[in-house]
Design a protein around this ligand. Sequence first.
Ligand code: ZN
Length: 434
Amino acid sequence: MPRTFLPALLLLCLLVPNLSVAQESPTMPSPPAWLEELDALYDADLRVAGLEERDFQPEQWWDVALPLAAEGKGFHVEEIGRSVEGRPLRHVSWGKGKTRVFLWSQMHGDESTASMALADLFRFLGEHPDHPLVQRLRERTSLHFMPIVNPDGAARFQRRNAQGVDVNRDARALATPEGRALHDLRERLKPDFGFNLHDQDVGTRVGDSDRGTAIALLAPAYNEAREVNALRARAIEVSVAIRAVLEPYISGRIAKWDDTFNPRAFGDLTSRAGVSTILIESGGIEGDLQKQQLRKLNFLALAGALDAIATGSYAGLPHTLYTDLPENGRTWADLRVSGGTLAIPGKPQAKVDVLVEFERKLLERNGRIVEIGDLDDMPARRSIDASGLYIVPTKTFGRHEPAWFNLSRDPEGRDVVWTLAGDVDPASPVPAKR
Ligand SMILES: [Zn+2]
């Protein structure tokens, strides 16, 4: 070896000490040992009846949840305010440990998946007191819940509250009673960890892939520079613990939410208030029309996160298993009708694709036409091949108009093979490929 080479090699090692480490991708932590057992218990004994449809009324949710959160089962319930329309806002607490965890759901009224899972979690905590996981959580954590932050929105199954305000853009102004109640409870509890539970658009893809995001995670930034301090590092590590639970179920369909700091949003401001905050966004699983599969995954993810917090097992989990998650990518439309011939009486026929968005996306109800023309580069969650068929409008046809048209074998619309009357009729078969 030439005499000059050794110092050069040493210098290289000093400059890039982690070269070999950086090239190895860290292995996913094993899912918790209890996962299979809890999964089976969930199906047999934890999924609470009465929440089979995701647009339940808030009163219906409390009718189901309040008996589960009884004093005799270790819970305490207090009213902490009223919504714009006078619906009760409640704080539910459980456990006697020193690590305080605060979970709130359905700040957006039409994002109910986590609320369903919280009812299941109440049942697990209250009815299985001797389960080792329940014992650990009781001894080491205090859990604080504010379910259905926006009950007026939930009653209408709409995002905003009864004043038309997006409660999740009210974290700074605190103009709504719902936002104030959430803020004041957080200030009173001064939790160590926070869980901000939402649903996102079911059309969102994972990164640049064609796969729909089932669940997206975020450890929200607490400043514009998106720095990672010790508190945010904990949130990232708990997110990795959640990922380890979800990987066996939805590998490749887990994404990361954009971490741009938003000074009006509760997650970001809770993070800035010194709480290790984790956002869980339930997206969609095709065919899971009432998000009942996602409900179970929420339950299991929360069980995994809470256990990791109780035991401290999140500490040191590799951040790259969070940072390497692809971000939420493009959002696909709901339905594309491709290659049909548009036949409007008195107008020349035209070969077009039609893109439809539904107000109730999974159920394909209340559709609206969002684009017409050559839409080859605009994919949708579902495509119908209309080549060889005529698109015959049954109401005013145009962009932004309600989606009312038939697919017919003739331009007059006599020999109809498929109907879209705002809603898709689930019983109506998709036209067969010709
Ligand atoms: Zn939301």
